[in-house]
Ligand binder design. Structure first.
Ligand SMILES: *Cc1c(COP(=O)(O)O)cnc(C)c1O
Ligand SMILES: [Zn+2]
Length: 415
């Protein structure tokens, strides 16, 4: 059973039942799922959670709709790995990687889609849809195929070929829009008004969708042996993930499942789309939208819906937000792969490069524990690295040619 009680306006606090509603009738503020944590205290325990499945649904009591046959492709419970070699390069004491490349469609988006479509099922929807920078479309198409629903996924038409293929293969309708994500999102808000029987997971189902990101915090805390790390670095697009990772840690603390304080959160953005990092650095209260231009396409949201809440979280808790160039992103995809054996997409490069940047400027404490969320698999953005990640040498099929090459690469001593 779930301890969700309904929806709550994040601005004026008006309460609504658990219905298909995403903005407040009175102030147009965004809604979020509310819980009766008082009632959950002592009922949701470390033991009851540990008895659950090895997926996000072990936390079903703290998600909106675990009761109605959750839509579950086997999402979550991804590895949390100690990264000792990368820690040494970065000069930090305790670094962990939350490896969300290991989800069914290769990105953290499977968490939010699994939760959103479970709620969509309860609410009587029968078509899955989304506005996407790529990974969300793939996940929606896959989960819709899994439950036999039609899907309509809407993406910028110039996305990476690999991401388009990974979405189209599931057989839904993929609309490529000649424009950027912010154009796609605007279009989807209009489409929701025309097709309110379609579950646009990140538009009209957004309150439910967002809850899925809390499971990152839940898993990190449980996998660390029921403790909160000191610092967590989160890649930021719309900002939904970062705000819900914060909510997840806070709920665990409130339930007495872990001790406080909650970790300090840090954002990671690409320089070519850094509206939140820019506002944070300048002390601005409002976020000025940007026109994205970066290889980190999955994070290319120039007008982030949850931006103000991210700013608030970073400022209240002493966080920071990195912004890194495309060259640094590529460099850090390689650094992560070489030191830890994890191949991340461009968003992972953003996370590691931002981590390095914030260590260098002293906002991340190298002596305190750090968790970095690696949110997508490198195969998703192969285009970004195929030019540079190539064979070491091309040789004739002869022993002498091989030996020459091995000497050249200093694998055997020169004779
Ligand atoms: C969508 C996405 C994010 C962040 O998403 P938010 O919109 O900020 O919740 C991070 N990494 C990857 C790989 C993504 O696809
Ligand atoms: Zn309101």
């Amino acid at each position: 059973m779930s301890f969700a009680t309904g929806l709550l306006c994040r601005e004026c606090g008006t309460a609504y039942p658990s219905e298909a509603r995403y903005s407040c009738e009175f102030c147009f503020g965004p809604l979020e799922v509310a819980y009766d944590l008082e009632a959950a205290r002592g009922v949701v325990t470390r033991e009851t959670i540990a008895e659950g499945p090895n997926s996000i649904w072990r936390y079903g009591a703290l998600l909106p709709d675990p009761g109605i046959e959750p839509v579950d492709l086997g999402v979550g419970w991804t590895p949390l790995r100690r990264a000792t070699r990368l820690a040494e390069v970065l000069g930090v004491r305790e670094l962990w990687l939350k490896d969300d490349t290991r989800n069914p469609t290769g990105s953290f988006k499977d968490r939010v889609v699994s939760v959103a479509l479970s709620s969509a099922r309860r609410l009587g929807f029968t078509t899955a849809a989304c506005a996407s920078t790529g990974n969300l479309a793939t996940s929606v198409a896959a989960h819709a195929a899994f439950i036999g629903w039609p899907s309509v996924t809407i993406i910028p038409s110039d996305l990476e070929k690999s991401k388009i293929a990974m979405t189209a293969i599931f057989g839904g309708t993929v609309l490529g829009v000649e424009g950027n994500y912010d154009d796609v999102n605007r279009l989807c808000v209009e489409l929701v008004a025309e097709h309110d029987d379609w579950a646009f997971v990140n538009v009209n189902l957004r309150p439910y969708y967002a809850e899925g990101s809390k499971t990152l915090a839940f898993e990190i805390a449980e996998q660390l042996g029921w403790r909160a790390p000191d610092q967590v670095i989160v890649p930021v697009a719309s900002g939904s993930q970062l705000t819900k990772v914060a909510k997840g840690f806070n709920q665990f603390i409130e339930l007495g499942l872990i001790d406080g304080p909650a970790p300090v959160l840090f954002g990671a953005q690409a320089l070519g789309c850094s509206p939140i990092a820019t506002a944070f650095a300048s002390g601005a209260d409002v976020i000025t939208p940007q026109r994205p231009n970066t290889i980190a396409r999955s994070l290319a949201i120039g007008n982030p819906a949850d931006g103000p809440y991210v700013l608030d979280e970073l400022r209240r808790r002493g966080g920071d937000c990195g912004s890194v160039s495309d060259d640094e992103i590529l460099e850090c995809i390689g650094l992560l792969a070489r030191t830890e054996g994890v191949f991340a997409e461009t968003a992972g490069g953003v996370t590691i490069a931002s981590l390095r940047q914030m260590i260098e400027r002293g906002t991340i404490d190298p002596n305190k524990s750090i968790v970095a969320i690696i949110s997508g698999h490198g195969l998703k953005t192969l285009d970004a690295v195929v030019e540079t990640a190539t064979v070491s040498s091309t040789i004739e099929p002869s022993l002498s040619a091989a030996e020459d090459a091995l000497r050249f690469h200093q694998l055997v001593a020169a004779s």
